[in-house]
Design a protein around this ligand. Structure first.
Ligand SMILES: [Zn+2]
Length: 214
């Protein structure tokens, strides 16, 4: 890999445009509504519009909400970097006791991840993401960047004194048992990085420290 490509691919703490959170909430709400009204048509959920901080241009990301779609049955949301479209599959969830409030948080977390891809400057460079299939999914820089934003969002969503105390303890040690309880859904990924890419663990902890404590 040449130096130029390495810089393009490097991991970044993706900076979110100011009003993106409200737009995520809006589309999450629309998705929850869609799900509970048991619709079976593909619908246009809206467009994310933001000035991308990495190229200062207006980005518009159309968002489509889908009915159950067998070929994507393991996908909740996906960003297509070629068409720059976000697709959401609310019927593919695996929540047992579903209600509008837990489903909102669930969907929001996935949209958060995908919108990170849409903002990520790596995805703004034409075709860089091609031929990446041979890179282990969880070790891809773009996935690390999106999951670390998603993890940050999960803590933000569950912020209280206990979780912050646990976060502080966990950041000081190497013991994943000390992680805040709200991160339990991310445990497998965090363990995977710990074993296979310790530098990601270090960066994740740095990002969380800077955001919540520093
Ligand atoms: Zn991803």
């Amino acid at each position: 890999m040449n130096w130029y490509k390495k810089i393009i691919l490097s991991s970044k703490n993706i900076q979110f445009p100011d009003d993106i959170e409200e737009q995520i909430d809006e589309i999450s709400n629309k998705t929850v509504e869609y799900y509970f009204s048991q619709q079976n048509e593909k619908i246009f959920g809206g467009t994310f519009n933001f000035i991308n901080p990495y190229n200062n241009q207006l980005n518009s990301i159309p968002t489509i909400i889908h009915p159950f779609t067998i070929e994507f049955k393991n996908t909740i949301a996906i960003f297509n970097p070629q068409k720059r479209i976000l697709s959401i599959f609310p019927y593919h969830h695996n929540i047992k006791d579903i209600n509008p409030s837990n489903f909102f948080n669930y969907i929001k977390s996935y949209i958060y991840h995908e919108i990170t891809h849409a903002i990520d400057p790596k995805f703004l460079i034409e075709d860089w993401w091609r031929n990446r299939q041979d890179v282990d999914y969880l070790l891809r820089e773009e996935e690390f960047d999106a999951y670390s934003k998603q993890i940050e969002q999960t803590i933000k969503n569950n912020i209280n004194d206990i979780n912050i105390e646990n976060l502080k303890m966990w950041l000081k040690t190497d013991n994943t048992d000390l992680m805040p309880g709200c991160l339990k859904d991310h445990l497998d990924i965090i363990q995977y990085w710990k074993i296979n890419k310790p530098i990601y663990m270090k960066k994740l902890k740095q990002r969380l420290y800077n955001f919540f404590i520093g």
